[in-house]
Every structure is written in C-alpha cells, then in structure tokens.
Design a protein around this ligand. Structure first.
Ligand SMILES: Nc1ncnc2c1ncn2[C@@H]1O[C@H](COP(=O)(O)OP(=O)(O)OP(=O)(O)O)[C@@H](O)[C@H]1O
Ligand SMILES: [Mg+2]
Length: 272
C-alpha cells in the first residue's frame, strides 16, 4: 500500500501569519502534556431570528479533541450538529465562550490567518460530497494543493495522484464526478479532504447519501487514513452504527453536549 503522506513536513504557509511556532507532531499519541488540538470551553452559539427572538443553538459546549482521537457526535436533526462542526472547522465563531486550536485562541486570529489555518490543518467531508462538477477526480483532489506550500503546488499532480491511489481510484483519475458512483465520489472527497495532511478531519454525515455497505467501506477508509496520518477524526452522524465505530461518543441534545452513556459496548464491533 503506497504512503500518501509525502515525506518531510515543510514550512507551512500558515506559519507566516502565526504568532508562535507551529507545534511539533506528537506522533499521533493522545498528546498528554500537549494542548488539545481543539479545545472548546463553555461555547454558545445564538442567532437572532427575524422576529427578534434569540435562538440558542449551542448551550455551553465543553469539548476537547486530541490528535489521534476518533470522535462521533450524534443527535437529532436540528439539534445543532452542523453548527458545532462549523465552529470546530473555523467556518463560524462562538457567540460566547472560547475556542483554541493547537493552544491558540482562535478569537485572536484575523480572517486571513483563520483561512490559512483552516486550509492547512482541517479537512472537510460532507454528506453530498461537494465535488466540483466538470472537473476530473484528479483535478478535484488537486484543488487544495493550489493554496498550499510551494512544494505542494509544484508537486500537486503527484501528491493528488498518490492520494487517489490510496483511496483505490487511481484508475478513475480522469473521470468526472457525475460518472462516478456515490461511494466513489465520497472516496474522491476523502482524498481531497486529506491531501494536505490535515490534523483535524471533520465529517458531516459522511455516509448519509450511501447504502449501508458502501457507507461502511467509506467509514473503514476514513478511519484507516485518519489513523495512518495521526489526524483527529470527528464524525457527525444520525447512524448509531457509524457512531459506534468511534472511540469517543457524544450526544448533542438541543445544543447540550454529553458523553454518550447509552452506547452499547457490543456496537463497537459493528463494521470493525
Ligand atoms: N444562521 C441561522 N439562522 C437561523 N437559524 C439557524 C441558523 N443556523 C442554524 N439555525 C437553526 O439552528 C438549528 C440547528 O441547526 P443545525 O444545522 O446545526 O442542525 P443539525 O443538527 O446539523 O441538523 P441536521 O441533522 O438536520 O443537519 C436548526 O433549527 C436551524 O434551523
Ligand atoms: Mg446538519
């Protein structure tokens, strides 16, 4: 199996805007002594509705994600899962409370630094794949490398091709998304999410548009590649079988996060 992770880490485009040195990789261990990759303290998200009512979507979320963690968050439709994921992915900001990414308070970052941090350190996988139509699988996977380091840019073809090979789709590199099955499209989306070796992978219902068997294969791939790269994986799902694969499970209920005490230990074996 070829390694997707091109050898030496190089200077990151992120560093230029960052106030401190980029922390060293802890080799995928739980990172005792290191700050969590993501640290949310008493985070709320409130929006003002047109009738001047306040909608409290997230209420006092405490959540720590460490390098190497595989975390699932389950909850009913409308309970705030995507809102939480958007905050974890630096796409949205807490209304109150604090968030730190690799020990840095995110509130202090400007838009530029935030976008660079997101591009270099976070990979997103969505339910509807969100691939660019009219572009080949290879072009889709190459896209994030256009905004990467100089080395990533110049070697984008090879890096993206290696990544497509890793998800088993090298032979379909020239194929456009509409010619691929749902499972194949999600594998391309995973390749695109991981091509810059993000430290945090955020998956919002990654199996929601797939049949059970294909969904399990996609989750196997996501779990394996996240483990290989030492990244943290956070999966949001309605599917208890998908949630059961994660080592840490939370339940989100009308904006309140709690450890999932109802998770049956037996379920952990499902699909493993
Ligand atoms: N910007 C906004 N303005 C108004 N309401 C919002 C906004 N963003 C989210 N909401 C509301 O907040 C609630 C939570 O939304 P969110 O998308 O986080 O839910 P979810 O748990 O991801 O749901 P689903 O499982 O259906 O995707 C919903 O009722 C939604 O309508
Ligand atoms: Mg959602």
């Amino acid at each position: 199996m070829s390694s997707i992770f091109h050898d030496e880490p190089e200077e990151s485009a992120v560093d230029q805007d960052m106030p401190e040195a980029w922390p060293q990789d802890d080799g995928g261990t739980a990172g005792q002594g290191n700050p969590p990759l993501v640290d949310l303290r008493d985070v709320t998200r409130t929006v003002l509705l047109p009738d001047d009512e306040q909608l409290h979507i997230l209420r006092g979320i405490d959540l720590q994600i460490r390098v190497g963690d595989h975390t699932a968050i389950v909850g009913r439709s409308g309970c705030g899962k995507s809102t939480l994921l958007n905050i974890l992915g630096l796409l949205d900001s807490p209304t109150t409370g604090t968030m730190a990414f690799e020990g840095r308070p995110v509130a202090k970052l400007g838009n530029n630094a935030r976008a660079k941090m997101r591009g270099a350190s976070i990979g997103f996988v969505f339910q509807q794949f969100n691939l660019l139509p009219g572009r080949s699988a290879l072009e889709n996977v190459m896209t994030p490398l256009m905004y990467g380091t100089a080395k990533e840019f110049w070697q984008r073809n090879k890096i993206a091709m290696d990544m497509l090979d890793r998800v088993g789709l090298a032979a379909r590199a020239a194929t456009q998304p509409h010619m691929l099955s749902g499972g194949e499209q999600q594998r391309v989306a995973i390749a695109r999410a991981l091509v810059r070796r993000p430290r945090l992978i955020l998956a919002d219902e990654p199996t929601g548009a797939l049949d059970v068997e294909t969904g399990q294969a996609v989750m196997d791939l996501l779990d394996t590649i996240a483990t290989e790269s030492g990244a943290a994986l956070v999966t949001i799902t309605h599917d208890l079988n998908v949630a059961a694969r994660a080592r840490t499970r939370y339940r989100l209920d009308t904006g309140v996060l709690s450890m999932d005490a109802s998770a049956e230990p037996d379920l952990v074996a499902v699909g493993a």
